[in-house]
Design a protein around this ligand. Structure first.
Ligand code: AMP
Length: 386
């Protein structure tokens, strides 16, 4: 199974994959798609950036078949994808659109957006529901959605959904589904607690494990810069001036993100930002603009960046040190995707050296060290390999 064309899927799906330039399956796709096509449940440990989305969408689309709107309205949706955030939901929907050539009907049921259009999508007859658990549970309790026709359930990023407190909502939603169904489960990590929850949802699953779960991708060059806090901005501009390509810059706080983006804009860099204080439409606009290359730099906080899929980021910068090793892996998972090479630079103030070393130990990585040199007037002069 070296190519999608070798898979046991319809000619039209093969064609859509080829049109979207998806030729060679990634490991999680090669591992999950064949057993899922045979009807088996799946339990996969795979993080963002591994191609997990297509690994569940391909079997789902293949098995969904077609149907007129009227038929779909009568029998209800075929597939349900539960995931933690609306950004992720929108990316899944985007991939779904691509693979169905805009023919598929999907309803997005996510919090933080108006209910009306979502209900309308359901009423018009949607074969697929892509939902965050909170909003779907709400619709369910108000009897606004019928899940009795669901034949395939995908639980995406289970670990995050549990972190966000969605366990009871997921439980109530799954209880409303037919017991006779196929379940595909994805998680970046599999702690005993997560296993315990998942055990109730999958039957004899095919187990797919993609690499060490807490490890940055091999094709990302890891660098760290020892830099005083008040020199971080200069260093960022130095990296922007001395390298090519797009930059995703992680900053710890909303204010910090605003400040960095504003300073960059003032010195002529094209930068935009996403964080918790920006509205959904502002975030969407920023993401779109960055993905399409209108802005070279996207400044983000961890929460706002959860699950976003920005393809081909050349350079991820940890302007502020991530709090957890897991955040580090999620952040830099945005570069070096699906075989492109990427660079991840981490800025470490002197007082953060201990955290840096701990992060390296936990992740068993060694970052290449750079030292920042200033000229006599105190301006950044160079960043040299230490
Ligand atoms: P995911 O892990 O599902 O978020 O996917 C990460 C990125 O890889 C997305 O931008 C996908 O469009 C891309 N991708 C997924 N599968 C493939 C593939 N087989 N070939 C090339 N790119 C892919």
């Amino acid at each position: 199974m070296n190519q999608f064309s070798d898979f046991n899927i319809s000619a039209s799906l093969k064609q859509q994959l080829a049109n979207a330039k998806f030729i060679t399956p990634t490991p999680v796709q090669a591992g999950a798609i064949p057993p899922a096509l045979e009807g088996r449940d799946i339990l996969a440990t795979a993080q963002t950036g591994t191609g997990k989305t297509l690994s569940f969408l391909i079997p789902l689309i293949e098995k969904m078949g077609s149907g007129t709107r009227a038929e779909v309205r009568t029998r209800g949706a075929f597939g349900l994808i539960l995931l933690p955030t609306r950004e992720l939901a929108m990316q899944v929907q985007e991939h779904y659109r691509k693979l169905t050539g805009n023919q598929g009907s999907a309803a997005l049921v996510v919090g933080g957006m108006a209910e009306g259009p979502q209900l309308q999508q359901i009423r018009r007859g949607a074969q697929l529901i892509v939902a965050t658990p909170g909003r779907l549970e709400d619709f369910l309790s108000r009897k606004l959605v019928n899940l009795s026709g669901i034949k395939m359930l995908v639980l995406d990023e289970v670990d995050r959904m549990l972190d966000m407190g969605f366990k009871p909502a997921i439980k109530r939603i799954v209880a409303a589904l037919p017991a006779e169904r196929q379940t595909l489960c994805y998680s970046a990590t599999l702690s005993p607690q997560i296993k315990e929850v998942i055990r109730d949802y999958v039957k004899n699953p095919a187990r797919i494990e993609i690499g060490s779960v807490l490890k940055p991708a091999e094709n990302v060059e890891l660098q760290t810069f020892e830099v005083a806090t008040d020199k971080k901005h200069e260093l960022l501009e130095h990296l922007l001036d001395s390298s090519k390509g797009s930059f995703l810059v992680f900053v710890r706080t909303k204010h910090g993100a605003d400040r960095v983006a504003r300073r960059l804009a003032r010195s002529g860099h094209s930068a935009t930002q996403i964080h918790g204080d920006r509205s959904q439409s502002q975030r969407n606009a920023a993401l779109r603009s960055f993905s399409q290359g209108h802005h070279r730099v996207l400044v983000a906080t961890d929460v706002a960046a959860r699950g976003i899929d920005v393809a081909d980021v050349a350079h991820v910068v940890n302007y502020d040190m991530p709090r957890e090793a897991e955040d580090f892996v999620h952040r830099i998972g945005r570069t070096g995707r699906a075989s492109a090479r990427g660079i991840a630079s981490t800025f470490a103030a002197p007082e953060e050296k201990g955290t840096l070393r701990k992060m390296e130990r936990v992740l068993s990585i060694n970052m290449k060290r750079f030292r920042v040199k200033s000229n006599p007037s105190g301006h950044l002069q160079s960043a040299q390999s230490a």
